[in-house]
Structures are given as C-alpha cells and as structure tokens.
Design a protein around this ligand. Structure first.
Ligand code: SAM
Length: 466
C-alpha cells in the first residue's frame, strides 16, 4: 500500500487523526499504520521529532508488558525495552530513558496529546471484523480509545527484577496541565468529545457518581459543566410502576432445561419459531413484539432469550448537550444489536396523560404498532417525569443509533410491553445515544397528531439524514 501511495495521514501528527473516531476498530497493526494512527508495526510507542525533541504520538497497549487499564480514562503504560516476553531471555535488562520512553517523558513535560490504542483478544463468538463468510479475520482487534495525556511517570523494578518506566496516562487535563479532581476528560482538545458539546469549551466534572444509587448493576454518573446545575430531582426506579399490577397476568413459561434453542421451546414458538437473539445476546432484527423467557420459565437465568431483562451493562453517563438539555452517552463501545437500557417510568392509561402531553418532556407512548392499542381500545404511556431511569434522558434524533423494541417477559399484557432500547448501529464511545421519538411514539392513530406537534415543538437540533 505504501508503494502504491494508498496510505493516508502519512505525515506523523500529534492529536486526533482525521477520519478516525474514538471506538474505531482495526483488525491488525498494519491497518493502524496505513491509516496513520500508529506508524510502528512492532513497537508500542510511536513518536515524532519536533524542534530536535521527540514526542510520543501514539501508544498501543498490546498486553505484552504489564501495562494496566485502571479505568476507561486511565492507563498505566509500561515503557519499552528489556522485556524477555518479547525479545527472549537475552534481552532482559534495565529499561533506558531513550526511544519511545524518552518520547513519552517529553510528552509529559510538554503536555502533548497521545493517541491510545488498545488490543482486545477475541473470543470465538465475540465481535470483531469478519469476512463475507462471517469467518473471523483475526484473533484480536485494536480499538482507538481516544486522546490521552501523560500525567505522571516513574521508574520501578519490574517482575523480572529490572528497572522499568511506568507512565500514567489519563484522558483528562485542564488547560494548565493538571488533572482536576473528579473530572473526566478534556472536551476541547480531545477529538473524542461528542459533536453536541465539543465546542462548548466547558470542562466537565462528575457531579453525581451514581444517579441510580446502586439500583443499577453499573453506576450511572452525571457529568456537569463547571457552574451548571444537576438534573432536577426524580425517583430513580428500575422496574415500571403499573396501574394495577395485581391484574397483570403471568405468561405461560417454557419448560426448557438445556437452553431455549429448539422449536419445542414455547417462548421460541411465540417468537415465530426463531430466537430473537443471537448467541452473543445481540438482537437479530426489529420485531413488533419480542417474547423473552421470564419468571414463569424453567430455563436458567443465563438463557440467551433473556437479553434485555438483566439490566444495563454499558457504562452510561448523563451529560449536558448543546441545546437539548441532558443527554446520554456510553463510555465504552456499544456493538450493533446490544441491549442498552429500558425506558422505565409510571405506566398510565392515555386518557390520564393526554391532556398534559405537550406540557411534559418525559412521556413515552406505548402500544404494539398501534394495532393492538386500537383493537383493545386503550393505550398506555410511560410517564418518567417523577419516577424513571436513565432512559428518560435520551434525546430524539432523526438519524438515531438506538431503537425501541417492545418486549414481554413477566406479564402478558400486550398493551403495555417493556420498551427496550437496542443499538441500531455500532456506537463509538462518547457518542450521544438517541432514538427517533416519532418512530417510537407514533403508535396510536389518535395520538399521532399530538406526537407531530410534540416533535415539531422540540425543534430537533439533530441533522436529518440525507
Ligand atoms: C425525554 S426528554 C430527554 C432529556 C432531556 N434533554 C433532559 O434534559 O432531561 C425529552 C426532551 O428533551 C429535549 N429534546 C430531546 N431531543 C431533542 C432534540 N433532538 N432537539 C431538541 N431538543 C430535544 C426536548 O426538550 C424534549 O422535550
């Protein structure tokens, strides 16, 4: 590719590489080279020389040294050289402050950005790049994690008794170069910041560590721009509040013991004879209604047909967008088809909600495709204003990356299925999560007109797809 001039970004640069987004995957080191993300095929540290000094441009954490990822925003990276795991016992020696180590040290002093790429080993069924026959192209993948800054470095004895350099890199940096307590990332210098706030030049800090107060499996933090307010108070719940829960009938469960794969599973039959989820738990396609196994079933809790009921897995965070109030994003990559979160709140009959529809922001009108709603003559809306979960903070987009899937598992009332939000595309870290309010709300003909008003009223700040 080099000889036929097909490489891009050939001039080594500091900071983001044009066209490369945080979360972008590469199937091998050569792909990093031809895109200009990391121009060394073997070495973990790449550098550029400026005014006679070398500065680190990028590092690849490949798992061969004892580097460790402390969090999504922090890595302790071991310097290069003297590692017998790479060069054999003959190369066991103290690391020197030269080459890439010197470049990282200079980047520490000059506060230069360093691109951080991480290698992930892939499991047999895991995600990763595949060819046309769905064969995995490699045993690992490299993910561009974003721009980091060298925050500290030190020399210490490594596991082979030799001296080694350890560099602590963090995603965040104030303009004076010090990492602020509790802050997460520099929005102004990091190309990874979501478009909606990248130009706000405000520095975020964690204002609430876990807005769910331990109710979710992962903590859901709230990031605030300095001097801005927190979200107005509401009661964080993880189960819907139903109007008359005791009248909700339990579905007839399946009797499977060995996993719900076969066509004799009654839940699979309800889904038209096909499991709605792949073995990795990703949903296969949108359906008007998905029947998951539930409390009436004998299958195990790890059954693949329970993908959306076991709670949030991704590290979601609430942040301030530009012009749309609060929004939601994930700190890690979300693969296509993953369950992200449920839209939870108080389920109310429409007639109680409609008079107030245009007054409140946190309504989600449910009902399977409108038809069931109309057949039965009554429709329901989830009101997440006073009671809700992270779903209430997700904004509308005309080109969304989530979609709402109706799911039943713990009751049988098709008029009020769970609203489960799934990724409709691969979503890079820190990209705002959105769904199309119109597609999700336009369920009942009689509320269609109101929803049109609602959508126009919010004066969508998202670009419409061409
Ligand atoms: C369910 S809430 C979403 C969270 C909300 N942004 C907040 O701050 O709590 C819906 C409200 O967010 C705002 N909103 C959502 N999507 C929007 C968009 N694309 N453009 C402008 N405003 C939007 C509107 O005020 C809407 O009534």
């Amino acid at each position: 590719m080099k000889s036929s001039n097909k490489c891009v970004n050939l001039r080594k640069s500091l900071g983001s590489v044009p066209g490369v987004e945080v979360g972008q995957e590469f199937c091998c080191r050569a792909e990093l080279v031809v895109t200009g993300v990391h121009c060394q095929v073997m070495r973990g540290i790449d550098w550029v020389v400026r005014n006679g000094e070398r500065y680190a441009t990028s590092i690849v954490e490949s798992g061969q040294y004892s580097s460790s990822m402390k969090s999504k925003d922090e890595v302790v990276y071991c310097g290069e050289g003297g590692n017998p795991v790479i060069g054999g016992r003959g190369c066991l020696r103290d690391q020197k402050l030269s080459g890439g180590n010197l470049a990282l040290k200079n980047s520490f002093h000059s506060k230069n950005p360093v691109r951080f790429i991480r290698r992930y080993n892939l499991t047999k069924h895991g995600s990763g790049l595949r060819d046309a026959n769905h064969e995995r192209l490699s045993k690992c993948k490299y993910v561009y994690e974003g721009i980091f800054y060298v925050h500290q470095y030190r020399k210490e004895r490594g596991r082979f008794g030799k001296l080694m350099y350890k560099f602590r890199l963090t995603r965040n940096l104030t303009r004076d170069g010090s990492a602020p307590v509790g802050s997460t990332r520099n929005l102004t210098r990091d190309g990874s910041a979501p478009v909606s706030i990248s130009s706000s030049r405000a520095l975020e800090h964690v204002s609430v560590n876990d807005i769910s107060q331990g109710r979710e499996k992962v903590s859901i933090r709230v990031l605030c721009a300095v001097g801005k307010e927190r979200p107005s108070p509401f009661n964080y719940i993880v189960y819907n509040i139903y109007p008359q829960p005791k009248y909700l009938s339990r579905p007839i469960g399946c009797n499977c013991k060995e996993g719900c794969h076969s066509r004799i599973c009654s839940c699979v039959i309800k889904n038209g004879g096909e499991l709605p989820y792949k073995q990795d738990g990703h949903i296969k396609k949108f359906k008007p209604l998905v029947y998951e196994c539930g409390p009436s079933c004998t299958c195990s809790h790890t059954c693949v047909n329970r993908a959306s009921q076991s709670g949030i897995r991704f590290e979601l965070e609430i942040f301030q967008t530009r012009g749309k109030g609060w929004g939601v994003r994930s700190r890690s990559h979300i693969p296509l088809g993953s369950f992200v979160c449920e839209y939870i709140g108080k389920v109310l009959p429409d007639e109680l909600v409609l008079p107030e529809f245009n007054k409140h922001q946190y309504f989600f009108n449910i009902g399977v495709g409108g038809a069931i709603c109309r057949e039965n003559g009554d429709c329901f809306t989830i009101n997440a204003r006073a009671h809700g979960n992270i779903g209430r903070f997700i904004n509308h987009s005309c080109s969304p990356n989530l979609y709402a899937q109706n799911v039943l598992f713990d009751h049988n009332d098709k008029r009020m299925p769970h609203i489960m939000l799934f990724a409709s595309k691969d979503i890079p870290p820190l990209r705002e999560l959105t769904f199309d309010y119109r597609a999700s709300h336009v369920r009942c003909a009689d509320v269609l007109q109101r929803m049109k008003c609602y959508c126009n009223a919010i004066a969508c700040k998202e670009k419409r797809p061409k």
